[in-house]
Design a protein around this ligand. Structure first.
Ligand code: ADP
Ligand code: TYD
Length: 206
């Protein structure tokens, strides 16, 4: 049974998910919450197979790629997310099934079918969807991270991924403009999370 709080960070590559998530974790821990920080792809066997595709995505079909992300997530839910939620933790995950619907959707799979294949995955209480243009995201990857974009980070592909993220309308999604300075993005995130926690703590429905 889920008693904790599940918050997913989503968005195209370079939007600042792995910058913002630890800042939120620290903020929440300072306020006495138990926080579990996690990410997908995981470091487990399926996550490692996925990482091996970064430089050579063509070696698998979109369907095979989708299966790998599903297997990785199933293991992530069973071994990490569900136990942490049962213990009442706030779980912060860097990516979740919205990434699969967007990225594998952009690769040719059906996003609706991808959502419907996630009945094993607890629905998040909140999805913080960081928004940035693909141009800005690629510029951050090249200039700030100092990396060459990998096979998942090609502009044409990221345009499709961003368009799919923009099309999702689940009520748990809150869009956070990510082009602002780091601590301004963090302030917007904290504001939304504090509202969610206040709501949970007073058991109101909205
Ligand atoms: N708001 C921001 N303004 C400027 N640079 C940022 C901002 N957020 C993150 N960055 C930088 O952009 C790069 C990508 O951020 P990162 O957190 O790795 O993105 P993601 O995890 O979404 O791929 C990093 O070099 C990071 O330091
Ligand atoms: C979770 C997930 C990620 N991805 C992609 C998005 C990213 O381009 C890539 C790696 O994710 P990323 O968040 O960059 O992880 P890391 O920095 O640890 O390698 O995988 C999918 O295509 N589908 C998914 O379901």
């Amino acid at each position: 049974m889920k008693t904790g709080v599940l918050i997913a960070f989503e968005g195209i590559d370079g939007t600042g998910k792995s910058t913002q998530l630890p800042l939120l974790a620290g903020f929440l821990r300072d306020r006495g919450y138990t926080v579990v920080e996690t990410c997908e792809p995981t470091s487990g066997p399926y996550g490692q197979q996925i990482r091996a595709l970064y430089g050579n995505r063509q070696q698998v079909s979109p369907d095979q790629e989708l299966e790998l992300f599903l297997q990785d997530r199933r293991q992530h839910v069973i071994e990490c997310i569900q136990p942490a939620l049962e213990q009442g933790a706030i779980v912060l995950t860097d990516r979740y099934y919205f990434s699969t619907a967007a990225y594998q959707g952009a690769a040719g799979c059906d996003p609706e079918q991808i959502f419907s294949r996630h009945d094993f995955a607890p629905e998040p209480d909140l999805v913080l969807l960081l928004t940035l243009t693909p141009e800005e995201s690629l510029s951050r990857i090249r200039n700030l991270r100092g990396e060459s974009p990998n096979d998942f980070e090609q502009q044409e592909q990221l345009e499709k991924v961003a368009a799919l993220f923009a099309s999702f309308s689940q009520s748990c999604i809150v869009r956070i403009p990510a082009a602002l300075p780091i601590m301004e993005v963090q302030a917007a995130i904290r504001n939304v999370v504090q509202q969610l926690l206040a709501c949970k703590e007073c058991s109101c429905s909205g």
